[in-house]
Design a binder for this molecule. Sequence first.
Ligand SMILES: Nc1nc2c(c(=O)[nH]1)N[C@H]1C(S)=C(S)[C@@H](COP(=O)(O)O)O[C@H]1N2
Ligand SMILES: [Mo]
Length: 461
Amino acid sequence: MVRHPHPPLSRLWTYLTTPLPPPPGYLRRGPLRAGAFRSGGRSTALTARLGVLLGAAFAVCFVTGLLSHLIQHPPGWFWWPSRPARLYQVTQGLHVATGLACVPLLGAKLWAVYPLLFTWPPARSVTHAAERAGIGALVAAALFQLVSGVLNVSRWYAPMPFLFTAAHYWIGWLAIGALLLHLAVKLPITRAALRRAPDRRPAEGAGPLGAVPAGPARTDAAPSGPSATDPATAGPPSVRAAPSGPSSEPPEPPAEPLAASAYRRELLVGAGAAAGLITLFTVGQTVRPLAGLAVLTPRRPGTGPQGLPVNRTAADAGVLASIADPGYRLVLDGPVGVRHLDLAALTALTPHTVRLPIACVEGWSVTAEWTGVRLADLVALAGADPRRSRVVVESLEEHGGYRASTVTSPHTHDPDTLLALRLNGQILDPDHGYPVRLIAPNRPGVLQTKWVGRLTVREES
Ligand SMILES: Nc1nc2c(c(=O)[nH]1)N[C@H]1C(S)=C(S)[C@@H](COP(=O)(O)O)O[C@H]1N2
Ligand SMILES: [Mo]
């Protein structure tokens, strides 16, 4: 690392990295005592490999999740295409699949590093304490994301007395921030560990919670108090990590018994296999040929009325009476005034049939054949230009987070955006949005509003 030329800054740095007085030795009991974790199961290489797998899955999960959030809450600069029609189905399928695969990977990773929780002394310096607090935030945020995500996919909201979407979004930022910090600190250690081919080295101090160089000189037997003054441990993490890099390879430690390294390989293979099996038994919720294997998901293709799963039924939404009312009229509010279209008027408009998926944020998706009226035709009927219009689609449902959605360009004028009256050739089932529901290409399921009662069309300047 570069020396700070600025005296006050370098003084601050010196202060932050000055060894703290060690805690009284009698506190070093139980899991904190020297040699409490001597099992050969853990190693830097194992931790590093798990970290790479986990990091890759987490990165895909974060990017696809952020995308899903932006589509549902678009800021002014954001633009989302209507083609390819199945793009969101793929990105959200990846979001849920990578999130689920993280469950066993994170479990194995935490198992591999938890002894470092009992590092002694608990804080060698202010920077060391800050780094450990960062790890704490990372673990807490990652666990929160996985648990809340799984609960949401299972539609089990009782253990979540908060708004799932908002919490999952903001904790996602916390997790990625803590992860980037963690990567920056650990990169030299991870690189060195991955280059040393067979994993033979004990992990104490080398994994994410320790930040002690992975050299063989440091073991549990190192004296607790005076080690704080050890120049090798007193600098910032990156400075300390550098000597363990590939350029100054420390002498080879004696080879471990074969059983220990075979055991670690088994753990890595086991975590990988568990991630693979979870994927295999859930991905059928969105990959049609594997639908028969989707035994771990609450909703899969082929279930539900007309062969499509349902999240919110007409009864749950409280619309049974209003959709059965023979006086039903679709209210079309636009520049030329307000029109009321009954079912006969809607059926009299030119019908179109499209094949489009419902792609729920929860990871399931089903493709079906929808027949109905083009939204662009209704916008034109309201006296607006579909290429420059914004349409608020409102449901007969009076309460509920998904009772309305907004359609903007290019979805407003995409020829496949329909107000559907039929599903797979039949009149819509009440649970799928009878009398009319929105269906548009490349949109999350939550924005495919059911039981539509009103369209408000406004031209954008
Ligand atoms: N009015 C209304 N429309 C809605 C919803 C809702 O709760 N209320 N749920 C949405 C969600 S989350 C999904 S995934 C799709 C599911 O459509 P389906 O029930 O016809 O499969 O409908 C969407 N349309
Ligand atoms: Mo959904």
